[in-house]
Design a protein around this ligand. Structure first.
Ligand code: BTN
Length: 250
């Protein structure tokens, strides 16, 4: 299976665009790539900032049968597919940060290279489609870095030269096609071990920031078969879903 590619010179958000198009019945496997996004969306209501050529921004429409329960695993699998594509391009230091950020240790600090935003179409119990939005930083100028509260890095800065954005997109789409098909067939358990081996915080001490502002210290012991994070805390082993916590290295 392959993707139906739509290249948009400018759009507010490829996720918003495909949510609208999916309601109108656009085909499974449609991929919308934007040269410029004027209102890119991030997780937790944040925005995804990018300048022309500064990031690779695209979304995929994926119709599936797994039901909402399988979706936490889906977002982790997307991260793994992108990581593998970047490793193939020679960027072998790229790691994952649960639930689905791409990160790299650079100058002694974790830097974010990219993120994933999955939005669901239809009712939340049994959604009919997922819009899988992907933003990968290519080149982040200093002025832009100052607007973003966490350390961020572009793939070009990591590589030490300018990558061909179309080649990066091509590798990502090829890996995504393989991983999405495997996910549909086998679910997240098929990827669970591999995911953990690439987790930046595997077996590491972390602080978990709860939605209510509380901070809990613990050690990451893995990810569960449905993609939740397993953490050993003072009150024993706990599991967390994406959206409940954000993770910081301790
Ligand atoms: C995050 O890390 O918070 C997720 C960022 C997701 C950004 C991408 S860019 C393409 C797609 N369209 C959007 O509006 N958002 C996603």
């Amino acid at each position: 299976s392959w993707f139906h590619l739509q290249v948009l010179a400018q759009v507010d958000s490829t996720n918003r665009y495909l949510m609208q198009e999916s309601a109108r019945g656009v085909a499974h496997g449609t991929c919308a790539v934007a040269q410029v996004q004027t209102a890119g969306r991030g997780r937790r209501g944040r925005s995804w900032l990018s300048q022309l050529g500064g990031s690779l921004t695209f979304s995929l429409l994926w119709r599936f049968q797994c039901g909402a329960a399988g979706l936490s695993g889906l977002s982790l699998v997307i991260g793994l597919a992108l990581l593998r594509a970047l490793h193939e391009l020679g960027l072998t230091e790229v790691q994952l940060k649960w639930p689905n950020d791409l990160v790299v240790m650079y100058q002694g600090q974790w830097h974010k290279l990219g993120g994933i935003l999955i939005e669901l179409q239809g009712d939340m119990e049994s959604p009919s489609a997922a819009v899988i939005g992907i933003g990968l930083n290519l080149d982040i100028e200093q002025a832009m870095r100052e607007q973003i509260e966490q350390p961020v890095l572009g793939l070009n800065q990591l590589a030490g030269h300018s990558l061909n954005a179309n080649a990066v997109l091509g590798r990502c789409l090829a890996a995504l096609a393989v991983h999405l098909n495997q996910f549909s067939e086998h679910g997240f358990t098929y990827f669970q071990q591999a995911w953990m081996t690439h987790h930046a915080f595997h077996q590491q001490a972390v602080n978990l920031l709860m939605a209510n502002g509380q901070v809990v210290a613990g050690q990451v012991t893995g990810v569960a078969e449905e993609g939740s994070l397993l953490v050993e805390t003072a009150s024993g082993q706990q599991r967390f879903n994406a959206g409940e916590i954000s993770v910081r290295s301790a």
